[in-house]
Design a protein around this ligand. Structure first.
Ligand SMILES: NC(=O)c1ccc[n+]([C@@H]2O[C@H](COP(=O)([O-])OP(=O)(O)OC[C@H]3O[C@@H](n4cnc5c(N)ncnc54)[C@H](OP(=O)(O)O)[C@@H]3O)[C@@H](O)[C@H]2O)c1
Length: 347
């Protein structure tokens, strides 16, 4: 066998420096077991971006949909799985213009929404999308925060226009999005009504502060209970299908229905006379296809408005499970089973 000389070893080490471990999808990605540990070149950092050495990566429902080929990355996004991470700044592109108040340094611990590629050892991120690790939160907990924080702030507060004293109805109170909606809704001074499927999930939603929790495995008709509790001014819905017509029935005058997911069918039947009668607003949004500038604006808002609630303890971590990087398949399987809260991969 040929022995490696000093020069060869240096060359090999320098080559390895340019590669990293990632999670890739084999075949059609129909099953969690289609995930495997692969190698890929480390991402390049462009002007205004940083390279993060990832500590933990959040696992979200959109990752499952992407694995199965049902949620392709938008144009310009990194093709890999993973939308949120925590880690340490490994390198900052030299062309970054520093302002004193955003003077990130190499080695700083951060968390961030990323445009794909979070299931990896390194990811390149727009400098403006970085958030500090909230005081008292571990790196694992911080990795579970950006996706839910930005999605819920954008949809509940900006699109839904939730005001203190109003009532919000959220479905899937056990989900990452549902858990954040309950906590942000309460911290915002609203009354929160949540639905969930099963006693354990309902108990979880209640433990986060929901004022009324409806178990839809006992009664699919949540409308009667919501109307009995005074109706909803904002509905944040991840279920769609037949829930949408019911959401409209729950809505108060000038209420807002915000669609964030379509767990059932994205195609729905609606009596538009009720929209007119109630002067209802039907809206919704997706986080990932937003422009880098728009995500930067939203990150700044979330830092200003939501981070203080996180640091005061009004919004608590809901991290339920941490899986090893090589066990990403189990993390996806866990998401598909009955679960409450969030899951992360330890890189
Ligand atoms: N618009 C955006 O920018 C954006 C960003 C992030 C996430 N999302 C969407 O938000 C949703 C939640 O994401 P997540 O990461 O928080 O996922 P998650 O933790 O896996 O939660 C999914 C939730 O949806 C419920 N659900 C799914 N199918 C349902 C059905 N047919 N009937 C009733 N409930 C159903 C689940 O209930 P069970 O636990 O009982 O199954 C669970 O509560 C997903 O649809 C995701 O695609 C949207």
């Amino acid at each position: 066998m040929k022995r490696l000389l000093g020069e060869d070893i240096k060359k090999k080490e320098s080559l390895m420096d340019h590669f990293m471990r990632v999670i890739s999808v084999r075949g059609d990605g129909a099953n969690p077991s289609d995930l495997y540990v692969d190698e890929a070149p480390r991402p390049e950092t462009g002007a205004g971006s940083v390279l993060i050495r990832i500590s933990h990566a959040g696992v979200n429902r959109p990752d499952i949909l992407q694995r199965r080929g049902l949620y392709p990355p938008p144009p310009g996004a990194a093709p890999g799985l993973g939308l949120e991470v925590s880690g340490w700044i490994e390198a900052i592109h030299p062309a970054v213009p520093y302002a004193d108040d955003v003077a990130w340094r190499v080695g700083d611990p951060v968390c961030a929404l990323v445009n794909g590629g979070g299931y990896a050892e390194y990811v390149a991120v727009d400098l403006r999308h970085l958030l500090p690790i909230p005081a008292g939160w571990s790196m694992a907990q911080a990795a579970s925060l950006p996706e839910a924080a930005l999605t819920v702030y954008a949809n509940l507060i900006e699109h839904g226009g939730l005001q203190p004293g109003e009532t919000v109805l959220v479905h899937g109170g056990n989900s990452g999005i549902g858990a954040m909606t309950i906590q942000l809704g309460k911290a915002w001074g609203a009354k929160v009504i949540a639905t969930a499927r099963g006693a354990d999930k309902c108990e979880f939603a209640r433990s986060l502060g929901a004022d009324l929790v409806i178990d839809t495995t006992v009664d699919e008709d949540f409308v009667t209970a919501v109307k009995g509790a005074g109706g909803a001014d904002v509905v944040l819905d991840i279920v769609a299908g037949d829930y949408v017509a019911k959401n409209l029935l729950c809505l108060n005058h000038k209420g807002r229905m915000v669609q964030v997911g379509t767990g059932r069918s994205p195609v729905v039947e609606l009596d538009l006379r009720r929209v007119m009668q109630k002067q209802a607003v039907i809206t919704g949004s997706m986080l990932r296809p937003r422009s880098a500038d728009e995500k930067a604006r939203l990150t700044t808002k979330v830092h200003e408005k939501l981070w203080p609630l996180v640091e005061s303890g009004a919004i608590k971590p809901v991290l339920a499970q941490t899986f090893a990087f090589a066990d990403a398949a189990s993390a996806h399987a866990w998401m598909d089973e009955s679960h409450c809260g969030k899951v992360v991969l330890q890189i």
